[in-house]
Ligand binder design. Structure first.
Ligand SMILES: [Zn+2]
Length: 678
């Protein structure tokens, strides 16, 4: 053990025994690391110390061009080697036997996690690579040096561990006593003796009281938001970070914000800690927080400080919030249901949002889009109710047609959405710049007003003015940087989303296995809302994301026998045959060909007529008319004889004009090329 305590400078004394020709033939690697960008900027001194090691290597016998600096990990945390390219490279170089010596400040901190450290140590031992830090020179292939280095690495890790534990333990003990000084929600402040008091600003207090009063009256967060908006009222928000930290921002409250305030027990004067816990992390490493049930909170101490509402009121608000969400689920039973346009249909008669009702018909769930009118829920008859089947099918086809060729429209929509989002963030960030500008102006005015003879004060004010200018420049730079990042992110995200949509959409849509909720999600991505009106036909006004509007008319499917669609080839056949045949004749032809209606039945004249009307096929009368044929009365007039003579001569076949059968009731139409001229 005695030998182990040696080390340090004493080892330096033995440096020359450790360094052999085989070491000097290989390169010297200088590993430079700082754990955060902030440290890189603030702690240039330690960076300089790291580079000074380079001089030591040269002093020990390496040539200048043999020293390789690895510093690409600047700005990366040392907690794991995974993301640190530089460290990985170092390990690789050592493993390949390229390194004669590895240098770093406190070599154990080369890798802060001891598994990484021990790995490096093993490899250094195998390849007979030396290690150098400010404390001394080590040869890991020698027992003593290796033990010492191992201890150094272990200490580094346990040290981190204990610091973390100490902090957490201390926090939790304090929290249990309700003494922990943690971030307060808006409306509270710490007094000079660290007690929680109401924020002195009257406007803040009143806004918070108004929020609770309004919720008491209207009973749901959405209505609170609407009330604030209608009254042009804003709600305070405390800035927790950035140059304007601690400032209050006045914004329109969102529904989530209202819920947050209602759910926060501090407004009832209770101290709470550990309401949320981390559950995994996003891909970017941001922690994902989930709210725990109250019995799992670390601390909940009612009546610790002044509040805006009583604990009873707080509990009542929570109950109402859960009741609300419960009722909503009941009213919209079918998030998983098949109604494609659920939640985005608007009634064209009265402008209300329409709801979905499902009913079973012939073993199938059918949606109806129902408007209960502006007086909804008061027992009035519904405003209009529209069978949803045909509409959903139509919208589905519309989207498939649209997404392929009109990818541009989708692109614009998505872009607009993203732009709006980043604009909002941008606006907020710009506040910081405005504030800095304001402070510069203030400092400049103060400087201008001072008596120039009063040198001491003038100099001080000038210095302050300069400092403010620097602050302004910094916040401008920060703003520009954030903006650039925003723009880049937007481009990539946008492109990816559009590419994915344009290529996958039709296939995904047609796949019968695609669940309803996915279809609905796709619809919502593309369509803002659909306005519906039921008259003789159903009119659809589709508003796409991004503002494009298209209107359509689709046939209203009235009776049940009309709901089954006639195969399109049958409709086409009817269309073709109408040029030369009556509906009765067509029925016979179709039956001969073995074609059937949508219900699988054979045709008669009436069914052909109904089908023709339903699918908007031009009638035989219209066709004959367009071809120049006249009705009996008109023909009689042109021929200068009376109607019954026309009929008789037609029956005899002695009428000198062209004759066509109009229908199966014995009506005909007549045409003579000469008639046109007269
Ligand atoms: Zn309506």
């Amino acid at each position: 053990m005695e030998e182990l305590t040696v080390g340090g400078r004493d080892m330096e004394a033995g440096a020359h025994q450790r360094i052999r020709a085989e070491h000097l033939e290989r390169s010297a690697y200088l590993y430079v690391r700082q754990s955060s960008l902030r440290q890189v900027i603030e702690n240039t001194e330690s960076t300089q110390r790291q580079y000074a090691l380079r001089e030591r290597a040269i002093a020990l016998g390496w040539k200048e061009d043999q020293v390789v600096t690895i510093d690409c990990d600047l700005g990366q945390s040392g907690a794991s080697a995974e993301n640190r390219e530089g460290f990985q490279r170092l390990v690789a170089e050592v493993g390949l036997g390229h390194a004669g010596i590895v240098m770093g400040l406190e070599v154990s901190r080369l890798a802060r996690r001891s598994s990484d450290w021990h790995r490096l140590l093993e490899i250094c031992a195998l390849t007979r690579t030396l290690l150098l830090d400010e404390d001394g020179l080590y040869d890991p292939s020698q027992f003593n040096d290796k033990t010492l280095l191992g201890l150094k690495g272990n200490f580094s890790e346990t040290e981190l561990h204990y610091i973390r534990m100490r902090l957490q333990g201390g926090l939790q003990n304090k929290a249990s006593r309700g003494e922990l000084r943690i971030r307060l929600p808006v409306g509270f402040a710490y007094d000079p003796r660290d007690r929680v008091v109401l924020m002195p600003e009257k406007q803040v207090q009143e806004s918070i009281r108004l929020l609770f009063k309004t919720f008491d009256r209207v009973g749901n967060p959405h209505a609170v938001v609407r009330y604030f908006r209608d009254q042009g009222l804003k709600f305070p928000q405390l800035l927790h970070a950035g140059p304007s930290k601690g400032d209050i921002l006045w914004r329109n409250p969102s529904r989530n914000r209202v819920k947050e305030v209602l759910k926060n027990p501090r407004y009832a004067g209770a101290f709470a800690y550990g309401r949320r816990t981390q559950q995994g992390a996003t891909r970017n490493g941001k922690p994902v927080l989930v709210t725990l049930p109250r019995e799992k909170w670390h601390a909940f101490l009612p009546g610790v400080h002044a509040g805006y509402i009583s604990l009873e009121e707080y509990e009542r608000n929570l109950r109402r919030l859960t009741e609300n969400s419960g009722r909503k689920r009941w009213r919209l039973p079918a998030r998983e249901g098949p109604a494609l346009l659920q939640g985005i249909t608007v009634c064209a008669r009265c402008g209300s949002r329409m709801t979905v009702r499902y009913h079973f018909r012939r073993g199938k769930v059918n949606p109806d889009y129902v408007c209960q009118g502006p007086q909804r829920g008061r027992g009035d008859p519904v405003c209009q109710s529209i069978p949803g089947d045909g509409i959903d099918e139509f919208v589905g086809k519309l989207l498939v047609d649209l997404v392929k060729p009109v990818g541009l429209e989708v692109a614009l929509a998505v872009q607009a959405e993203l732009e709006k989002r980043s604009e909002e963030a941008d606006k907020l960030r710009f506040r910081a710049v405005e504030r800095a500008q304001y402070e510069v102006d203030l400092a400049r005015r103060r400087y201008m007003q001072v008596d120039p003879d009063n040198r001491l004060v003038a100099d001080q004010l000038e210095a302050e003015w300069n400092a403010r200018l620097r602050g302004l420049r910094e916040s401008r730079d920060e703003y520009e940087r954030a903006r650039e990042v925003d723009q880049l992110a937007m481009d990539d995200e946008k492109k990816a989303r559009i590419r994915a949509l344009a290529s996958d959409f039709p296939a995904l849509w047609r796949n019968p296995k695609t669940p309803y909720r996915e279809r609905k999600r796709m619809v919502r991505l593309l369509i803002e809302d659909v306005t519906l009106r039921k008259d003789d036909e159903i009119s659809l006004n589709v508003r796409f994301k991004g503002g494009a509007v298209r209107s359509f008319l689709i046939p209203r499917l009235r009776a049940s026998w009309e709901e089954r669609r006639t195969p399109p080839e049958v409709v086409a056949q009817i269309d073709r045959l109408l040029d030369d045949h009556t509906e009765g004749e067509i029925a016979e032809i179709l039956n001969e060909q073995g074609l059937v209606s949508g219900w699988g039945r054979s045709f008669d004249g009436r069914r052909v007529r109904v089908t023709r009307r339903l699918y908007k096929v031009r009638s035989r009368y219209t066709r004959l008319r367009e071809a120049g044929f006249l009705k009996l009365e008109e023909a009689a007039k042109k021929l200068g004889i009376c109607k019954w003579v026309v009929k008789e001569r037609r029956a005899q076949g002695t009428l000198p004009v062209e004759v066509r059968k109009l229908n199966d009731m014995g009506e005909y139409m007549y045409k003579d090329p000469g008639w046109k001229d007269r």
